[in-house]
Design a protein around this ligand. Structure first.
Ligand SMILES: Cc1cc2nc3c(=O)[nH]c(=O)nc-3n(C[C@H](O)[C@H](O)[C@H](O)COP(=O)(O)O)c2cc1C
Ligand code: SF4
Length: 417
């Protein structure tokens, strides 16, 4: 591990502080000082400006600058809401769960600071249905915060009041998409809305709403406590700070690794992750879970920094940084059959190219893995994927074709009869 990587723990602080999931211990280590500082000595706009200056980018997948998103809130339309996205359904992503289970107060404090910054008096935590034990713990932690005067009416003797609520989904991947999540939170069928308007102007119950990922929010208390310049000491200029990389697949030591953005793939996979298991060779990397394009694991790719600017140069996205590592015993046609099957199952069915396209891609990749296929069928698969591209209501349709098109183009040897 490099020296830079070794000193990079900012969110997974339970690795260094035992018992930080308890309110008392969290407070002994500076917990809730940032919230108090924000509410008692800063104006909401100043909080937004600090987060903007830090360069923090959303950790839910798109990497959108967080402070800029907060500044989009429509201040003329009230009330405002914040929704924390704890749906975490991307195959290969398991970082938010670790934060929620082991360092929950840092996330809750970040959520409260966000609510103060955008003028919201109510914030919701939308959790995937399978996280019901975490929801129960969060309910307990929220009650403890209320009892300690860290939530509720007139916080720290000011006029600002805030309540937090948990809400469980029913285990649908699409409810991680922010507008489907808002529909679900309103008690409706979880299907995406047409955008624009975007949630900061038309969100929950039609009111201005900020949706942020759990990891994004967990970064906020340290930024307010230590300042934007401190935050920028790690990471790159355009991708500052640390990121939790969920490493899985054919590696010796899978798990969550919090590292400065800009750490190379090689450092993560070989130095920290222990390399490929059973002495096999690395073949491909999916840097953003099942939604990801496949990267050919050349030396050049392995030496590429993992940040929001560099990964696209390899024809992929950093996304939520769920690094699935593929070894040379795995056929890419088999792999894309698995990803397509997932998207076919999770397509909400609202638009035809995604609903029908994922069905046909699933059917064709099934034939290809069973070796009953001709090159015409591979071309047909590419054609069906091409019909989905750019024609869907939400990004799930696009996600479903990333591995298919990159797999056929970059690993043609795995699609021969
Ligand atoms: C199909 C789909 C699934 C998504 N799932 C998640 C998810 O599980 N968690 C998450 O934070 N963002 C997810 N997103 C991204 C959210 O729509 C949204 O951009 C994000 O929560 C914004 O937070 P951030 O700005 O902090 O990244 C998903 C997007 C799509 C299209
Ligand atoms: S792209 Fe797929 S998941 Fe998204 S709205 Fe259309 S059918 Fe639903």
């Amino acid at each position: 591990m490099t020296e830079n990587a070794a000193s990079a723990i900012r969110v997974l602080r339970h690795w260094e502080i035992q018992g930080i999931e308890q309110l008392e211990i969290y407070r002994q280590h500076g917990g809730f000082e940032a919230l108090e500082k924000a509410v008692t000595s800063l104006q909401p706009q100043q909080v937004v400006d600090i987060v903007k200056a830090s360069g923090l980018r959303g950790r839910g997948g798109a990497g959108f600058p967080t402070g800029i998103k907060w500044s989009f809130i429509d201040s003329k339309n009230w009330p405002h809401y914040v929704v924390a996205n704890a749906d975490e359904s991307e195959p290969g992503t398991f970082k938010d769960r670790e934060i929620l289970e082991y360092n929950p107060y840092q996330f809750l404090e970040g959520l409260a600071i966000c609510a103060f910054a955008v003028g919201a008096n109510a914030a919701y935590i939308y959790l995937r249905g399978e996280f019901w034990p975490i929801a129960a713990s969060l309910d307990h932690q929220i009650a403890e915060m209320e009892a300690a005067g860290l939530l509720g009416d007139k916080l720290f003797g000011t006029d600002y009041s805030l309540r937090l609520y948990t809400h469980l989904g029913a285990g649908a991947y699409i409810c991680g998409e922010e507008t489907a999540m808002l529909e679900s939170l309103e008690g409706k069928l979880g299907q995406p809305r047409l955008r624009p308007p975007f949630p900061p102007s038309f969100g929950l119950y039609g009111k201005p709403t900020i949706v942020n990922n759990v990891e994004t929010l967990a970064n906020v208390p340290l930024i307010i406590a230590n300042g934007a310049e401190w935050y920028r000491q790690l990471g790159t200029e355009k991708s500052p700070g640390t990121k939790i990389f969920s490493l899985s697949g054919c590696v010796e030591r899978p798990g969550n690794y919090e590292l400065p953005l800009g750490t190379t793939f090689r450092e993560l996979i070989f130095n920290l992750g222990g390399g490929i298991f059973n002495g096999k060779n690395i073949k491909a990397i999916m840097p953003a879970g099942a939604s990801s394009s496949l990267i050919v694991a050349t030396d050049e790719a392995l030496d590429t920094p993992m940040d929001y600017e560099s990964v696209p140069r390899l024809g992929a996205q950093l996304g939520s940084a769920s690094m699935i590592i593929i070894d040379d015993s795995i056929s890419i046609s088999w792999l894309i059959n698995k990803t397509v099957h997932f998207f076919r199952h999770e397509s909400c069915g609202k638009c035809t190219p995604c609903r029908e396209g994922t069905y046909w891609m699933s059917h064709l990749t099934e034939r290809i893995t069973q070796d009953h296929f001709s090159q015409e069928e591979v071309l047909l698969l590419k054609d069906v994927a091409g019909q989905i591209k750019g024609k869907c209501l939400c990004a799930l349709g696009e996600f479903s074709i990333e591995a298919v098109l990159s797999g056929i183009d970059r690993f043609p040897q795995d699609f021969t009869e």
